[in-house]
Each structure stands twice: as structure tokens, then as C-alpha cells.
Design a protein. Sequence first.
Length: 358
Amino acid sequence: MTEIRRSLFLHAPLRRMPHQVLQRLLEHLPPDTPPDGPDGPVARLESRVAALLGKPAALFFPSGTMAQQVALRVHAERRGRSSFVAHPQSHLLVWEQQGYHALHGLTCQIVGDHNDLVTTTDLAAVTEPPAALVLELPQRDIGGRLPTWAELGEQVEWARSRGAATHLDGARLWEAQTYYERPFAEIAALFDTVYVSLYKALQGVRGAILAGDEETIGHAAVWRRRHGGAIVDAWPLAAVAELGLDELLPRMPAFRDHAVALAEAINADGVARTVPSPPQTPMFHVHLPAAKAAVEAAVEELLAEQGVQLFGRVRSAPDPARCSFEVTVGENGMEFTPAEVAALVRDLVDRATRIAAA
């Protein structure tokens, strides 16, 4: 296996090796920390995130997939409705094998363009009363894009006017806040329930938090147990997530500024382009004028020669002669200068062109 010496990829193993993670915990966790109970890491994390989001209650889940399915089930039961509204590239649709339907009998009313943000006009076409409107901030699979604050308010008002709950897929809410520049609680106040990830931008091991009012979260706790998610001794997951809140959350604005600088350099070079331009959050996509298979071979060649990893995976495009990859700036990305990243992208495309021609 080729050694990764440097990586632009947020989830590269460089900072996620078990020994490193455990060493950080030993350095920061007081020796008398209990494994559970009101003073344990899980309860402490739940309380801390609830306060940060301005919600009365919060509940730890071992995965965001479970947290979101539970939230939608609760909203459906409350309203006696079995469908929810979401974008065609919602995480619930793309990455979870329709778990909401297989486990809970829910259906999704898909709205909006596959490659664009949902609009209020899109929502106006919905005819079946939904249990909930799901909004993902930012919309990862279209480049980490976000609606304006006014557009977001209009969409939330649409849901409320139809008796639907509003649920925030806030897996990357930590990053989205850098665009809105409003307190987390002000953003979360638009939504009945909010899910946030503990392992993406916060670089935890795994886990998620679902926040909302006391009754909703109490109902969610029942479904968490039914899913097998009320795990004992989840303290390592919570403790690492708290490190992320302490050390990484305050750096999100700097990560976003660096993402803007990286994208500017890539676009100025002219070989590739970014979506969006400029980035609204620390996340953006780099679109390449090269075929997916050739880029995959080129990045392996680059890694073998220089020990540099640019991304985790390549995304295909409708045009088979093009593809893209995702960049999310965190501690790894801060180690690359804009000029260096632009040069690496150009090198990647040159290599892919040569490989395709061979």
C-alpha cells in the first residue's frame, strides 16, 4: 500500500490513526471522567450541542443515518402522514439505500433540479401534504451550495403553512454557518429538528446528535432504542467529538477563507474550475476536463511518486470526458498553499490526458 505523506482529503488517515486519536484523548480527558451518567462525555456532549443549537434537548446517535430516519419517523407519526419532501441528491436518497422506506414505510416526494438548489417554486408543485421538509445545508452533492437566508426562510414558511415539520440535515452545519454568519441557534431555530455530524468537520470517530424540543427528542429516544442505537459506553465517540468542538469549530471561518483562496487559484490557472465559485463554505467541487478512469489512474500515479493524496474518490459526470472531486478544507487542507493546489490539479489533468491517450 502506497504511503500517504500529505493529503488534501479531509478524511485521510493522517490524523485519524487509532494511536493518534487515543493519545489526544489521554492528553485532554481528565482521569476521573466517568464512562456514563450525567457527568459522562455523552450527556455532556448532548447538553453542549443543545445549548449551541438553542434547542431544549439533544440525543446522541451512533450514526447520522439512524438519527435522520428516526426524526422523520417521529414527524410522520405526529402528523399522520407518510411522506417527506427532499432534493433529488439528498443524502437520504443517494447514500442510505432507501432506509426510510425499508424500515419505516415512508416515501419521498422528490423536488427540484438534480444539479441545482431547491427553490420555493419547486416546492409549490408539491401536492401531497408531507410530514416534513428536509433541507440539507450545505447541499453536498452539488458542490456544498447554500440558499440565501431569505430563500431559506421562504422554504421553511412553505412547510409550516402546510402543517409539515422542518428537518435540517446539518451534517455540515458547522461549515454552513460560515456563510450565513449567524449564530448556530438562529439557523437551527428555523427547524423543528436538527441533525449534526460528529465525525465530518469535527473529525470525530463516528456519531451524530439530533436536537429538538423535549417531546420530540423523548419520542426519538424510543426509536433509537428500537434501532439498537442506545449503546452503552459510547463515551469514546462523544469524547473525541468534544475535542472537535474545542479545537476545530473555532477554525471554521479560517477553513472557509482558505477554501476560497484554493478555489481562486484553481480557477485562475484555467485548467479546471470549481463549483461554486467562490465557495460558500469550506467545501467545493473541482470539475476536471478528463475522464473518470483516467483521473483515478493519474491520482494513483501522483500518490506513488509524491506521496500526495488529492481526494477520496472521483465523481462521474453526464459528459464521460469530464469528472469532479470534492475538497473540504480542514487541518489537512491548511497545509497546502493555493499555488501548490493549482499546480497539483494541473499536473493531475496532464497525467490523466496522457493516460487516456496511451
